[in-house]
Design a protein around this ligand. Structure first.
Ligand code: ZN
Length: 465
């Protein structure tokens, strides 16, 4: 990029919202797992949709590639420029306004750079709830949540980001602004364009505003930490819990013993249950009839599904139980290299999937340690493989493609997904031809060409070249 072109871009946002200095850029160019360090000549931080529009218009005219970024918490590299150093980074972090909350309509309108936690808080202030709940909620931003169709802990009850969005404002790659900020639950007027941009990872347009769905605030939770005998018992427990609670289950996380051991060992927590169990479940009911969970657990124990359980007696105890789950990913760092998979299969197939995928991993590497944990209630597991004790970390990580291949083979057998909630980005891009038919991939390429004929918006992400 010539200095002249850089100054034309800088003129749009003003110098104080443009970053050219390598030190100040560093935080935007490193992704959370340190897999990639991007390079960029310029970071722009527009404060309005109009500025985003001008940036993309100029980018289209000058064939300048642009990578949109919101909270930089993505786990597939979609928000990081490539190492070539030619792509401008467009940060939404200055566009953080909560524009309105319509409690009677159960909707709110926000700018794309609003931090998820502040969106949740604004809903809470209006005596409502925005139910997207993910580990990075204190730093991730809603535009990124929508662009990656984020999932998290409450998907089984409220759906993922896509299900929580009613309308969008999007700036197209040529700078045109599409106002699709509708607050309607019924609107059958042709193609659903909004849902093309949700989950597109910033390859079709830049989301600048969104209308989100709100729900009644939950007044009381019942939260239980439960020892179950097997993943099959967990599936049966989920069905029982749904049935006997009147469908009040809002979270259902499966946790294997080894993940508990890592968390207890490295994160300074203790196991709330005394006896050894091969599997645990952390589950939550929202506004159940009193003591519902205890009654369900009694039935589950009689049926041999559950061997032990503890119920949170206070909000502090509830938070303590959730801390176990929330610190679980972090604990894996202390056990060396970890090869991570974010997969989903039908809930009914979870037990077979776990058994077969573990066997497949151990055929490839007998001492590898599998941590198959996460959002079992919606069929999504974080199937992570920790290195054998004592193995060279880099050597282990270098074998990740072979490890991915054996896991993905089992995913395919159960007609699952190799990216349940993190997206494709750069990390899984080259798997697309394996998981999409030629027809499906061509439709995606055609859409990309239609929206972004010059290919300036987040090039090289999602779709293989
Ligand atoms: Zn997750």
């Amino acid at each position: 990029m010539t200095p002249e072109l850089i100054s034309r871009f800088v003129a749009i946002t003003g110098e104080k919202n443009a970053i050219c200095n390598a030190n100040e850029m560093a935080g935007y160019l490193r992704e959370p797992r340190d897999l990639w360090h991007g390079k960029s000549p310029l970071i722009l931080r527009p404060t309005s949709t109009e500025e985003v529009s001008q940036i993309l218009k100029l980018a289209s005219e000058t064939n300048t590639a642009v990578v949109p970024q919101s909270g930089n918490t993505g786990l597939v590299g979609g928000q990081i420029p490539f190492e070539g150093g030619e792509e401008i980074l467009l940060s939404l972090e200055r566009m953080t306004k909560i524009l309105n909350v319509d409690a009677a309509n159960n909707t709110m309108m926000v700018e794309a750079g609003a931090i998820l936690k502040s969106v949740q808080d604004a809903a809470d202030d209006a005596d409502r709830m925005f139910p997207l709940r993910i580990a990075s909620e204190g730093t991730c931003r809603i535009g990124g949540n929508l662009s990656t169709n984020a999932g998290g802990l409450n998907v089984l009850a409220y759906g993922n980001a896509r299900d929580l969005c009613l309308g969008l404002e999007v700036v197209l790659p040529d700078g045109r602004i599409w106002n699709g900020l509708r607050s309607l639950r019924k609107d059958n007027t042709g193609y659903d364009l909004k849902n093309l941009f949700v989950g597109a990872e910033g390859t079709l347009g830049v989301i600048t505003r969104a209308v989100l769905k709100l729900y009644p605030k939950v007044r009381a939770f019942e939260t239980a930490f439960i020892a179950v005998t097997s993943p099959r018992a967990a599936v049966d427990l989920l069905s029982l819990l749904r049935e006997l609670s009147g469908n009040r289950v809002v979270a259902f996380e499966l946790l294997p013993r080894i993940a508990m051991d890592f968390t207890v060992k490295h994160m300074g927590l203790s196991n709330p249950l005394q006896d050894y169990s091969p599997w645990y479940v952390l589950s939550e009911l929202a506004d159940p009839v009193a003591d519902c969970f205890a009654k369900v657990l009694e039935v589950a124990m009689e049926r041999g599904l559950v061997t032990d359980a503890t119920l949170a007696q206070s909000e502090a105890q509830r938070q303590a139980l959730w801390a176990i789950r929330e610190l679980m990913p972090e604990s894996q760092r202390f056990e060396g290299g970890s090869i991570k998979h974010d997969i989903s299969v039908p809930v009914s197939k979870i037990p077979q999937f776990i058994a077969e995928a573990m066997q497949a991993v151990n055929r490839l590497m007998p001492e590898a340690r599998v941590l198959s944990f996460g959002h079992m209630g919606d069929g999504n597991l974080h199937f992570n493989v920790s290195q054998p004790i004592g193995m060279d970390k880099q050597g282990f990580l270098d074998g990740r493609h072979a490890m991915n291949a054996v896991v993905f083979e089992v995913v395919a057998k159960y007609e699952g997904s190799i990216s349940a909630e993190h997206g494709i980005g750069r990390l899984k891009r080259d798997h697309m031809p394996e998981i999409k038919s030629a027809v499906e991939l061509q439709m995606m390429r055609d859409l990309k060409k239609l929206f972004d004929p010059a290919g300036i918006l987040n090039p090289g992400k999602v779709l293989p070249p």
